[in-house]
Design a protein around this ligand. Structure first.
Ligand code: C5P
Length: 224
């Protein structure tokens, strides 16, 4: 059967990753969380004390970074690995969330990751979510979705997710983080977050994850 590229972009915390993962499972496609890759680089910079504005250090440290994805045999889910270390939990902290938009605005970091993302999609049959997937990484993707949702709904969902992971964070800090990331991601010079002209807009404020997945599946079916 024909294999497609499904690009899902949108604002922070509106369910992109959860939906993209389910969609990939149903289509039997590979799922790549491009945000996890920016978070992995951010974690590395935080651990090594690398200042995002030190271009020389940033360039040198990228040479030391190896990012792969590995399927967890227990959950069957693909998880990110940084230089051999599984870091899925470590990249979801508020510390990383607070720094990632600054790191992802660095052009050399974007070039480094976009190249890897494009390689991962070489054989199609991939669902990738992020901020610039339909505009920069795969401008030729057959299916492009732009997801958004009311900030309050997004923050409450994110808080529930963090509680499940044992992290207690107050709602106002989550709202601040989501809105400041949206602002920084939309206003950076290099590949800012924006809807691709040919993307379908999906507002997830009042629909369930199952409904979001169903809507995107309908768009995919039309292209198959
Ligand atoms: O998807 P997630 O919210 O985990 O992404 C974390 C951050 O990584 C975003 O706020 C954004 O700064 C950056 N990002 C990006 N381009 C992508 C994916 C994520 O700049 N394709």
């Amino acid at each position: 059967m024909k294999k497609l590229i499904v690009a899902i972009d949108g604002h922070s915390g509106c369910g992109k990753s959860t939906t993209a993962k389910l969609l990939a499972e149903q289509l039997n496609y590979m799922y790549i969380d491009s945000g996890a890759m920016y978070r992995a680089v951010t974690l590395y910079f935080l651990r090594q004390g690398i200042a995002p504005d030190d271009v020389f250090q940033v360039k040198q440290s990228l040479e030391q970074i190896d990012i792969t994805f590995e399927v967890n045999p227990e959950s069957g889910k693909s998880e990110i690995v940084l230089n051999g270390e599984k870091i899925e939990a470590q990249i979801r902290t508020m510390e990383v969330s607070g720094k990632v938009s600054e790191v992802s605005a660095i052009p050399v970091v974007r070039r480094f990751l976009v190249e890897q993302q494009q390689k991962l999609g070489e054989n199609k049959g991939i669902v990738m979510d992020g901020r610039d997937i339909g505009t920069v990484v795969f401008p030729e993707a057959e299916v492009k979705v732009f997801m958004t949702a009311d900030i309050m709904q997004r923050a409450m969902r994110r808080q529930k997710e963090l509680v499940k992971k044992g992290q207690k964070v107050d709602l106002s800090s989550i709202i601040d983080n989501l809105s400041s990331r949206d602002f920084q991601d939309s206003n950076r010079d290099d590949s800012p977050l924006r809807k691709a002209d040919d993307a379908v807009v999906l507002d997830t404020s009042n629909i369930t994850i199952a409904q979001q997945t169903e809507r995107i599946l309908e768009v995919v079916q039309q292209k198959l």
